[in-house]
Design a protein around this ligand. Structure first.
Ligand code: NAD
Length: 471
């Protein structure tokens, strides 16, 4: 963990001037052309993989310290998923880097053309605290695979993991091209004042706007991975036990709901709601026992600020009497039990913001089709889920709901499919990554047309006679 002394020293040292020299240095290094080679890119991806393998225990400890994250969640969803991404890159990179031959036009005959992928240059990655390994290294490895130099600013809210990452990157990666700047708003602001070739930001929409405003000054493109209120619609014609377990896995199993694609709230019919609540209760007890505050399988809330924010959502008068399960809290340990609220009003605080915690409000409608109106009356979410066996409703949902990604009959696992782009739309972000999409996110597709001196037609040159115009 970064000591107070270290962090004070860094706060003093890292200002806009230091940020500017850092970018200048990396830009100069990038100019050497070294990052463009296949060999450099592969060596760096392998170095990151090795850093994960060699230091798994330390990573598990850091995440336990930051979030009380169960080791299985760290090993599977942080390290494991990151390793899979690296393996895909190592398998496919040569192919991704190969220029793509494309057809040309009769108007340029004779000619040939290709799209040449080239790195953007020096890029900035700003990452959040909730998956401080995966959401930090996944964009970094994408940027490296695409041949860029990278500066990473991990989140100060996961200090143990951020400081470990800084050490590992320093130890394992090529220091000429990959750097970490630890710190908070001041450091991020100093970095954002610089001219980058791309900024990849993951976090909330308020800061997303700050990032985009800073980027606009330099015409820097941005990829914003934001959040939102991801709905889960539960129809009545389903295997409810499986559905309930899959909702639990996405809502509580992943970091106690502190996951960008966690189901934020559920929608079901008035008639079916009691059955849904009963099954969720039974399955929650199976997963976390009678005293979930003591369960080691449930992450804690990341900070006292977030604990207070979630408590405020529960204390709102508009939801008083709506808690049908859970509600217990332990402020000292920053723990909140899995909590279900039934029939919450749409103008309550809990329905007014992304919950990002272990609270699941349920909205009820008369007919399941009305769930689409509820969803479409809000901002576009990062994910939307539906549990149904009704083909017509499934189709209606897929055609009419706009979100970063949709998933039918499960929650969150669309993230595991690297042939699908992962990213938001509207308020949930812009741009996408994962698999080849990560490579593309940090690559310029350069159009190149080749001509020879043959076939030179005089019709394009002045004088522009009537005959030439008719050609
Ligand atoms: P956070 O507080 O860690 O902030 C993210 C980053 O922004 C940090 O590195 C932080 O230092 C930096 N930052 C904070 N204030 C800043 C400022 N004023 N200027 C510049 N940089 C600043 O994380 P968070 O925002 O609490 O993360 C949670 C949010 O992120 C949720 O909305 C969640 O849905 C979203 N999220 C999205 C994804 C995704 O993949 N789309 C993944 C995880 C989280």
């Amino acid at each position: 963990m970064m000591s107070d002394k270290d962090s004070q020293t860094q706060e003093k040292v890292f200002d806009a001037e230091t940020a500017s020299s850092l970018v200048k240095e990396l830009r100069k290094n990038f100019g050497s052309g070294r990052t463009r080679s296949y060999e450099w890119r592969v060596s760096q991806v392998k170095a990151l993989l090795k850093a994960m393998v060699d230091n798994e225990d330390q990573i598990v400890d850091a995440l336990r310290s930051d979030l009380a994250k169960p080791s299985l969640e760290t090993v599977v969803y942080e390290i494991g998923m990151f390793k899979s991404s690296c393996e895909v890159i190592l398998k496919e990179l040569k192919h991704w880097m190969t220029p793509e031959k494309v057809k040309t036009s009769i108007k340029t005959f004779p000619s040939s053309a290709e799209i040449v992928p080239e790195p953007l240059g020096v890029v900035l990655v700003i990452s959040p605290w909730n998956y401080p390994i995966l959401l930090t290294l996944e964009p970094v490895v994408g940027a490296i695979a695409a041949g860029n130099a990278v500066v990473l600013k991990p989140s100060e809210i996961a200090p143990a993991t951020s400081s470990l990452l800084a050490k590992l990157i320093e130890k394992y990666m090529d220091h000429s091209f990959v750097r970490v700047v630890q710190g908070a708003v001041d450091e991020a602001t100093a970095l954002l004042q610089q001219k980058w070739d791309k900024i990849f930001y993951t976090g909330n929409g308020r800061v997303g706007r700050i990032v985009m405003t800073a980027a606009a000054k330099h015409l820097t493109p941005v990829l914003l991975e934001l959040g939102g209120k991801s709905p889960v619609v539960v129809d009545s014609n389903i295997n409810l036990q499986v559905a309930a377990r899959r909702i639990i896995s996405g809502k509580w199993g992943l970091n106690s709901g502190q996951t960008c694609i966690s189901p934020d709230y559920a929608i079901t019919t008035k008639d079916y709601a009691p059955t849904l609540v009963d099954t969720l209760k039974t399955e929650l007890q199976e997963c976390y026992g009678k005293n979930p505050l003591e369960s080691e399988d449930l992450s804690r809330i990341v900070s006292s600020n977030h604990f207070a924010r979630l408590s405020k959502l529960l204390n709102d008068d508009k939801v008083s009497g709506k808690i049908v399960y859970g509600g217990e809290k332990d402020e000292n340990k920053l723990r909140i039990a899995p909590t279900i609220l039934l029939d919450v009003p749409r103008d309550s605080l809990i329905m007014g913001e992304e919950i990002f915690g272990p609270l699941l409000p349920i909205i009820t409608v008369n007919k399941i089709e009305e769930s689409l109106d509820v969803i479409n009356s809000g901002e576009k979410a990062l994910a939307a889920y539906v549990f149904t066996t009704d083909e017509k409703f499934k189709e209606l949902f897929v055609r009419n709901v706009s979100a970063g990604g949709l998933l039918v009959n499960d929650t969150t696992v669309h993230l595991l499919v690297d042939t699908l782009p992962f990213g938001g739309v509207g308020e949930s972000g812009m741009g996408a990554y994962h698999g080849k999409f990560s490579f593309d996110a940090f690559t310029h597709k350069k159009a190149v047309l080749y001509r020879s001196f043959a076939g030179d037609s005089s019709s394009r040159y002045p004088p522009y006679t009537d005959t030439k115009q008719r050609l």
